[in-house]
Design a protein around this ligand. Structure first.
Ligand code: URA
Ligand code: SF4
Length: 218
């Protein structure tokens, strides 16, 4: 027997339900085996936020804390994000926060679980969840935080340093904005650099807020 293409090329598409709402997607994603990442993770970390959110913020994948709690951006990167959203007057409970990949990819490093970047294959496998979230929410603005989110949404490799801070068109036909991943702020060498990077990230969140206001007024 010839193996089907789907069996050879597993993806979340085989797990996305026909009838779609945020609740049905979230439920179905709990048992997703669309790539190998479900094996080592504690649980699926699905997106969170209201049905009416007009902004969707997309990160890379859950981290150690998110994997334990089952919620996106609740660790150190989440605190950085919350602070920037707060400064930009974007209430976190008004936006939908999710990730390009819904399971935590990691390896043991001593006693710590060290984050590993998901492969393009894993990002592609998980994309049906992100597409379904966008389809249900119909947000006005997609904010890609970092290279993995941008890769998934734009369908190509992008240089964050080059594309950040701009509103661009995407596959999904909505306004897309690229910024850095909040974890990149921690990776800066010294405190001054971190401060500078944070200021730029917060300023970019303000641009999102302004864009949202202008779209609402249009
Ligand atoms: N980093 C991410 O990309 N997503 C999270 O949910 C947490 C950290
Ligand atoms: Fe499914 Fe995405 Fe998890 Fe892979 S990472 S098992 S595609 S939810």
């Amino acid at each position: 027997m010839v193996a089907s293409k789907q069996a050879l090329n597993p993806s979340a598409r085989d797990f996305v339900p026909e009838r779609r709402s945020l609740a049905s997607l979230r439920q179905a994603a709990k048992t997703c085996e669309g790539c190998d990442l479900f094996r080592n993770a504690t649980q699926t970390v699905f997106g969170e936020g209201p049905n009416h959110a007009s902004v969707i913020l997309i990160g890379e994948q859950p981290g150690d804390m998110e994997d334990r709690k089952g919620e996106p951006f609740v660790g150190p990167a989440g605190r950085m994000l919350d602070k920037a959203l707060d400064e930009a007057h974007i209430p976190r409970h008004e936006v939908y926060v999710t990730n390009a990949v819904k399971h935590f990819k990691w390896i043991w490093r001593g006693k710590r679980r060290l984050h590993q970047k998901p492969s393009i294959r894993q990002v592609t496998a998980c994309k049906p969840w992100l597409e379904a979230e966008i389809e249900v929410l119909r947000p006005k603005i997609l904010v890609c935080m970092g290279a993995t989110a941008a890769q998934s949404v734009l369908g190509k490799t992008v240089l964050i340093t080059k594309e950040r801070g701009k509103f661009i068109d995407s596959d999904f036909g909505r306004v897309t904005f690229v910024t850095i991943h909040p974890s990149a702020i921690f990776r800066q060498r010294d405190k001054e650099e971190q401060k500078k990077e944070y200021r730029r990230f917060a300023a970019e969140m303000k641009l999102v807020q302004h864009k949202l206001q202008s779209l609402a007024a249009a």
